[in-house]
Design a protein around this ligand. Structure first.
Ligand code: OAD
Length: 245
């Protein structure tokens, strides 16, 4: 495995997925022991459930909220936060995450685009309601909460299946890919679009593209130039030569 000297790059973009939080005790979505092995995506992860069974959304994502609140960042989160800190004056470092757990920010990362939202906020499911999204630590294990303004079900501020990526986050991620010269995807199965297509944008911009994942992508994504297979929390310190105490 080579050592990547990040000072050789001006515009670094890192894309992370659920695999980076596995070492913090949070479950991935796919693969052995994954959330979608236990739950059916269309039964609990789809936007249509807000209409007919909003409680089931909280049953799953309420417990993810509770788990995320008690989880601590692991070495992958800390290496990425360290790189950003080290490069902040002379380079652009953007972390695009599909994770809703907030662990990158807990580790100290600042320039984070949360493509799939955050589990730590709640909002009203009624688009016409003027209730603002608010910080929330309640897991609503027993029943779905209702909006104090319009009585519609409240929902976690995450992107459900059948919903679009929030416009601002989508625009931000496309913008940083335009100038990207190093793109590293970590801990993602590469099965969910549009995140799965970001590597293509980076490659079109001429970036060096790298995947770090526990297993090879299946099917292989030809836009990745290099693939390093193993646990991110073990590979990343070697790859970037960052050894934290
Ligand atoms: P997945 O669960 O689909 O994939 C996680 C990937 O991480 C798998 O390929 C694992 O092999 C890998 N992995 C597991 N442990 C690892 C480790 N220690 N180091 C490196 N890799 C490891 O997660 P995502 O690709 O993030 O959407 O899934 C994308 C989206 O699908 C999620 O954001 C979620 C889900 O449905 C929403 O909830 C909106």
């Amino acid at each position: 495995m080579p050592i990547i000297d990040v000072s050789n790059y001006r515009n670094l973009v890192v894309l992370t997925g659920a695999g980076v939080s596995a070492a913090s005790g949070l479950r991935t979505y796919r693969g052995k022991g994954g959330i979608w092995e236990e739950y059916n995506i269309s039964e609990v992860g789809h936007v249509d459930r807000l209409r007919d069974n909003p409680s089931c959304i909280w049953q799953l994502f309420g417990s993810l909220r509770a788990d995320s609140l008690s989880a601590q960042p692991n070495r992958t989160h800390r290496v990425l936060a360290h790189l950003e800190e080290q490069l902040q004056r002379s380079h652009n470092f953007t972390l695009i995450t599909q994770n809703v757990d907030g662990l990158h920010q807990k580790a100290g990362s600042r320039n984070v685009i949360e493509l799939h939202g955050t589990i730590h906020k709640t909002r009203c499911s009624n688009h016409e309601c003027d209730l603002q999204p608010f910080d929330d630590t309640n897991d609503y294990a027993n029943s779905c909460p209702l909006c104090p303004r319009c009585n519609s079900p409240l929902r976690p501020c995450i992107v459900l299946f059948g919903e679009a990526i929030p416009a601002y986050e989508s625009w931000q991620s496309k913008r940083v890919l335009r100038d990207c010269d190093l793109f590293v995807a970590i801990g993602t199965s590469g099965t969910v679009s549009p995140a799965a297509n970001l590597v293509r944008g980076a490659e079109y911009s001429g970036a060096r593209t790298i995947l770090v994942n526990l297993e090879p992508m299946n099917p292989r994504n030809p836009y990745f130039h290099e693939e390093y297979i193993g646990k991110a929390e073990e590979l990343l310190p070697e790859l970037f030569k960052v050894h934290l105490i």
